[in-house]
Design a protein around this ligand. Structure first.
Ligand code: ADP
Length: 200
């Protein structure tokens, strides 16, 4: 760390923000294959949270790569840096008091553990969107599996790049077996303790 960079403490605490927003911030970290349903569930969950009066924000893989992480590719090193930056942004948004929902393949266990340590053990809620690859490939919403199978898209997770499933996720969701609404219901259940009004 550069010695000329010194932390400047603010006047407002995280507790005060939690009181203002009446919620305990947390990051629901959705991990899984492309086409598993992460973005769909994240956006439906954000909708449900906002409708319920909760401040929430989705960080989505492709969207972040349009801006903040536009300089990164899909090599293992770039994927790690992608996750590090996202985790730092999630931490800042949590610090601002928001419930964050992330939708990133985040294929490496070690990277997700890095995210956990950046965001904090208590706030990091890991969810495995565990849809079978056959279903993801049938859906192929962006046509990526087709390109990956013909080799036009290299280093594609699940086809030509590894996916390391979480060993002990908070929960595992198979979107081939439950509707978007049912998935959101389950995740709302896990968020419930964070959404209770906080009193001074
Ligand atoms: P990912 O973000 O994991 O790459 P997407 O959400 O972009 O996946 O795409 C998942 C696709 O699967 C969408 O076309 C969505 O409509 C479809 N789908 C079907 N059933 C479900 C479900 N229960 N949950 C989420 N997505 C579903």
């Amino acid at each position: 760390m550069n010695r000329t960079v010194v932390w400047h403490a603010g006047q407002v605490t995280g507790e005060e923000r939690a009181l203002l927003l009446k919620q305990q911030p947390a990051t629901l970290w959705l991990t899984g294959l492309s086409g598993a349903g992460k973005s769909t569930i994240a956006c439906a969950l954000e909708r449900r949270l906002l409708d319920g009066g909760h401040a929430a924000y989705v960080l989505d893989g492709d969207n972040v790569r349009h801006g903040l992480n536009r300089d990164l590719g899909f090599s293992p090193g770039d994927r790690t840096e992608n996750i590090r930056r996202i985790a730092e942004v999630a931490r800042l948004l949590n610090d601002a008091g928001l419930i964050v929902v992330t939708a990133f393949i985040s294929p490496y266990r070690e990277d997700r553990e890095m995210a956990r340590s950046i965001i904090g053990e208590d706030a990091f809620l890991e969810v495995h969107v565990n849809t079978p690859i056959q279903v993801c490939e049938e859906r192929d919403p962006k046509g990526f599996y087709k390109l990956a199978r013909t080799g036009e898209l290299p280093a594609f997770t699940g086809v030509s790049a590894p996916y390391e499933p979480p060993l002990e996720p908070l929960c595992s969701i198979d979107t081939a077996r439950c509707s978007v609404d049912e998935c959101v219901d389950r995740l709302m259940g896990f968020l419930e303790p964070f959404l209770k009004a906080i009193h001074a």
